[in-house]
Write a protein that binds this ligand. Structure first.
Ligand code: FES
Length: 106
């Protein structure tokens, strides 16, 4: 299943993700710049911040309260569609997902 990461400067990168992978894991596996994932997905770092494309936000869902709290430490502006990409698990429903990457993670 496909995920497209759109860099802050506009460049898209499309990768093949596995079912059950998080959007953070898939980025690291494919060396996508712009996702750091320092804590390995355990909700400790906020360096996996992404902006879910508006067309996808209903399917992906909004962030939890815990995510919102952690995003207060994010390096870039937090927007209504901000999510921690380690908390978005890929499934057939999300095939084709588009996420936008913030200017900085650290
Ligand atoms: Fe650390 Fe997502 S990888 S919070």
């Amino acid at each position: 299943m496909k995920i497209t990461y759109v860099a802050a400067d506009g460049g898209p990168t499309e990768v093949d993700a596995r079912n059950g992978d998080s959007v953070m894991q898939a980025a690291l596996t494919h060396d996508v710049d712009g996702i750091v994932g320092e804590c390995g997905g355990s909700m400790m770092c906020a360096t996996c911040h992404c902006y879910v494309d508006e067309a996808w936000i209903d399917r992906v869902g909004h962030r939890s309260e815990d995510e919102s709290e952690l995003l207060e430490c994010a390096a870039s502006e937090v927007r209504p569609n901000s999510r921690l990409s380690c908390q978005i698990k890929m499934s057939a429903e999300l095939d084709g997902l588009i996420v936008h990457l913030p200017e900085a993670q650290i």
